[in-house]
Design a protein around this ligand. Sequence first.
Ligand code: MG
Length: 159
Amino acid sequence: MNVRVGLGFDLHRLEPGRPCILGGIELPHPTGPLGHSDGDAVLHALSDALLGAAGLDDLGTLFSDKDPRWKGADSATLLTECLARVHAAGWHVVNADLVIATEGPRIAPHRAAMRARIASLLHVTPDAVNVKGKTLEGLGALAHGAGVAVQAVCLIGKS
Ligand code: MG
C-alpha cells in the first residue's frame, strides 16, 4: 500500500465565556478556545495533519480566519471538507494520533468520547484514533489554563 504521513499543530487561548469545544465535543469547563471559528484546536491540528499528508495546502489557506463565512464555524464541518478533498485525491485515513497539552479542561475523562467523535468524522474505527492529554507542568505561556496546544499525526493510504 502507498502511504503518507502528515503533521499538524495548533494552539488557542482559553477564555471565559467561550464554549469548550475540543475534539468535536463540548467539555464542561468555564473557559474555551478563542478563535474565529469555534476554536477547536484538536480538529484544526488534525485537519492540517490530514491535508499535509495528502499534499493539499493547509487549513488556514482553505478557510481563512479573515473570511466572514468561517466566523463561528463548526470545525467538524471544516474537517469534513478537508477529508472530502483527501478522499477525492484517492486517499483514505489509516490512523491518527493526537497529543492535547493543556491545564484547562481535563482530557482523560473525555478521551473515549473524543476518539469516537473523531473516528466518526474520519470514517475509521475508534481504535484508529488515539488521544492523549498532557499537562504543561506549570511551565510556559499556556500553563495554568491559559491555553491549549495540540499536536497531530495522520497516516493516509492508497491501494
Ligand atoms: Mg486553530
